[in-house]
Design a protein around this ligand. Structure first.
Ligand SMILES: NC(=O)c1ccc[n+]([C@@H]2O[C@H](COP(=O)([O-])OP(=O)(O)OC[C@H]3O[C@@H](n4cnc5c(N)ncnc54)[C@H](O)[C@@H]3O)[C@@H](O)[C@H]2O)c1
Length: 353
């Protein structure tokens, strides 16, 4: 497997080192070779060379089987332009239309919701990843004056909505799940979100084994907190998905625990922890590496290495159960020591554990 690795900035570098450590352990345990293409893209590279990524950068990524990204963002470059080129650029150029965010609680003590157990927090969010307000269409008129007008368009296409909603139903069917909930704001956004309603109603009858439900996004946010156990698969647009998955990450123990994939099924896809570069924590051996390590498991699972992915998940569960974790989730270990524990657990775990 050829994997492009962009460690990026801040704690992205710290957590990527741990994800690669665990990947090495997986390679040893299962006799697999991973060919890593380490790419230096990020703030330092931009400040040194003036380029976010080289002209053939996206092609370089396309030639790999998968991409692993740490995180991007650096206070020296407040406009985030170079990071947008790398992160959003890759999502758009490689047409990674599925943002896949599994939400599972590994231990009751990590959840801030009263009385919630792992059985209550186990669902998947699919966020549309290539349209919505993130296409950056709009403009500012009379900028900087009292008459300023700012327009930011939201794009919803039939093709774009159809393929993400279909993916949610297909995922449910393939994984024996019986519930898909679509969230929009069609009561207020009566044009764009009428399209989501149309597509959802077109697709739902094609999946008779799945119960299709709908919430407006504001109600969904409330029900996620009140009764997360009712959800199995949630599908929503780019902006709403961005917001609710950070909320959902808190159910798992915080941003440090959350993993994600940016997929174009069948093509090169990108995997990254949900968190950003947390510059205050960078290089201090504080950051929780579990979100990054979990993202590596999603990468392996997507490439068909299911046993390897399961071994990582089991090792992470052991680390959480034995509290061999970083301080954000109640442990005393540093980033590197938490990574060491998980890598060692991968190597020593029996297949029935
Ligand atoms: N995908 C990405 O690369 C991505 C995502 C979000 C933000 N960003 C960028 O990252 C930079 C910092 O953004 P931010 O501070 O809003 O978000 P952030 O996710 O970097 O950090 C927010 C807070 O969450 C906690 N946190 C995050 N990751 C953690 C981890 N692994 N372990 C323990 N605690 C963790 C910390 O308390 C941190 O202060 C900005 O430049 C932002 O644009 C990048």
């Amino acid at each position: 497997m050829k994997i492009a690795v962009i460690a990026g900035d801040g704690i992205g570098k710290d957590v990527t080192a741990e994800a690669l450590k665990v990947l090495k352990a997986v390679g040893e345990k299962f006799g697999r070779r991973f060919d890593l293409e380490q790419l230096p893209w990020g703030a330092d590279h931009f400040l040194k060379t003036g380029e976010s990524l080289p002209p053939n950068g996206y092609d370089l990524l396309r030639q790999c089987d998968a991409i692993f990204l740490g995180a991007l963002g650096d206070p020296r470059i407040p406009d985030f332009g170079y990071a947008r080129d790398i992160l959003l650029g890759t999502r758009f150029e490689l047409d990674l239309y599925v943002n896949w965010r599994p939400i599972s609680l590994l231990d009751e003590r990590l959840c801030p919701l009263k009385g919630c157990t792992p059985a209550d927090v186990n669902f998947v969010v699919f966020r549309e990843n290539t349209e919505g307000v993130y296409v950056n269409i709009g403009g500012r008129f009379k900028a900087g004056t009292d008459d300023e007008v700012a327009i930011q368009e939201e794009i919803n296409t039939y093709k774009g909505v159809h393929r993400i909603v279909r993916h949610a139903f297909e995922y449910a069917k393939a994984n024996g799940l019986t519930k898909v909930c679509m969230a929009d704001k069609s009561n207020a956004m009566t044009q764009g979100h009428a399209l989501w309603q149309r597509v959802f109603k077109e697709l739902a009858p094609l999946y008779p084994s799945v119960t299709a439900t709908h919430y407006y996004i504001d109600a969904l946010a409330m029900y996620m907190v009140l009764d997360p156990g009712q959800f199995e698969v949630i599908v929503t647009n780019n902006l709403f998905g961005d917001i609710i998955t950070d909320l959902a990450a808190t159910f798992q123990g915080g941003l440090g625990m959350a993993a994600s994939g940016n997929l174009h099924p069948g093509k090169t896809s990108m995997f990254e922890p949900v968190h950003g570069s947390a510059p205050r924590f960078a290089g201090k051996n504080i950051a929780n590496p579990i979100g990054a390590i979990g993202s590596m498991a999603l990468l392996l699972e997507t490439l068909g290495a299911k046993q390897e992915a399961a071994a990582i998940d089991a090792a992470v569960l052991r680390a959480v159960k034995e509290n061999q974790v970083t301080s954000d989730i109640g442990g005393t270990l540093g980033t590197r020591e938490a990574g060491d524990f998980i890598a060692a657990a991968v190597l020593t775990m029996r297949s029935d554990e």
